[in-house]
Design a protein around this ligand. Structure first.
Ligand code: CP3
Length: 342
């Protein structure tokens, strides 16, 4: 039995600098893999796949079998939380997620009760994964950050700049705060349950933190994530947590200093000089532009080399700066892994 601290990603999170950084990819299970598409077809709808432990385990393991990544990420979605809160969440081919937008009356009725019962199949997936994964592979659970989940609950779909949620949070701050409190409660309970079911660490995805001004960033990104982490650590004191507030530029420093995360997920738009400063205080994960992975060739090699040259003298988990897209060729993923592993 390999102890937790022998898992490379966990060692980096504890502050170690490894000879070669461990590697995994955000969205590593997905439509760029033929085996994913086959299992997805078998499942029916996307949420049916998320709530089918046998098939969710299978798609989580597919990229581990094919590429031997150092971490597996639970197959699920950030929008299972609004689904568990009783919102009607659907995923339509080519359109992404569609929800019935919340209104003030709905927010009044929102409660985190029943979340874990609804998500029991996902927790079963976590349990099954830990027993099926190679012992050296880190198992990551995750949830969406309250702000990012809220943007989909307000707009009812993806938008280019989350205008609807920004408007709503400014026009109805009290109702919005109530909704965020429910999301904090539900997300914390969900992460605790994932850790107790066998996840080694969890990642909090704040994909839309970048649209907030300084005051709103503090209020709706930093504070709720800090509250989630405090609640998780009240139940699981040694919980290891990765925070990924995508695209927040200079705000990364405040986020790392205030939230209590163990590792900071970086996107590709920040200067390495700044990333190195951040890395002196917090292990980092990232940050290859997924477009370099689509391009392949020297564009990919140069992107990988720049990350290794700048960040591999400190605690680093190699990753993309956002999820892999369906357009990516498998050969390019292999090229990236070979170069990182040397
Ligand atoms: O990383 C993994 O392999 C684990 C699974 C995972 C998925 N979504 C599966 C998925 C994770 C960690 C997520 C996170 C997620 N989901 C985020 C945060 C990260 C990010 O990408 O910004 C967000 C914002 C969502 C919401 C979401 N889910 C959107 C906007 C979409 C549509 C866009 C798309 O890629 O289709 C999804 C669908 C989704 N989630 C798919 C997968 C594999 C594709 C759906 C399908 O297979 O039909």
């Amino acid at each position: 039995m390999v102890e937790k601290h022998e898992r490379a990603v966990m060692r980096v999170m504890a502050g170690e600098t490894l000879e070669r950084p461990p590697i995994w990819m955000m969205r590593q299970a997905g439509r760029y893999l033929p085996e994913y598409k086959a299992t997805r077809k078998q499942a029916g709808g996307f949420l049916d796949l998320c709530y089918n432990p046998e098939l969710a385990i299978e798609v989580t393991l597919q990229p581990i079998r094919r590429f031997g990544f150092d971490a597996a990420i639970l197959f699920s979605d950030i929008l299972v939380i609004p689904d568990a809160l009783g919102m009607d969440v659907r995923f339509e081919e080519g359109r992404g997620p569609i929800l019935k937008p919340v209104d003030l009356a709905h927010i009044d009725r929102l409660t985190p009760e029943g979340t874990l019962e609804h998500l029991a199949p996902v927790l079963e997936t976590v349990k099954g994964l830990r027993s099926q994964l190679p012992s050296e592979t880190t198992l990551l659970g995750f949830c969406g950050a309250p702000w990012t989940v809220a943007t989909y609950m307000i707009a009812g779909h993806g938008t280019p700049d989350q205008g609807p949620a920004r408007q709503f949070s400014l026009n109805h701050p009290e109702a919005f705060a109530k909704m965020m409190d429910v999301l904090v409660e539900a997300s914390a309970a969900y992460l605790v349950a994932q850790l107790k079911a066998g996840a080694d660490a969890v990642q909090i995805f704040d994909s839309w933190a970048s649209v907030l001004d300084e005051a709103q960033f503090q209020l709706w990104c930093v504070e709720p994530v800090k509250a989630v982490i405090a609640k998780v650590r009240a139940e699981v004191p040694d919980a290891k947590i990765i925070g990924f507030p995508k695209g927040v530029g200079a705000f990364y420093a405040d986020y790392a200093a205030q939230t209590g995360i163990d590792m900071l997920g970086l996107d590709w738009t920040i200067p390495f000089s700044f990333a190195k400063e951040l890395q002196k205080k917090t292990p980092v994960q990232g940050n290859l532009d997924p477009n370099r992975l689509i391009a392949g060739g020297s564009a990919l090699d140069e992107g990988v080399d720049a990350i290794l040259e700048n960040l591999s003298d400190g605690p680093l988990v190699f990753n993309l700066g956002h999820g892999i897209t369906p357009l990516t060729e498998i050969a390019h993923v292999e090229q990236m892994i070979a170069r990182v592993r040397g």
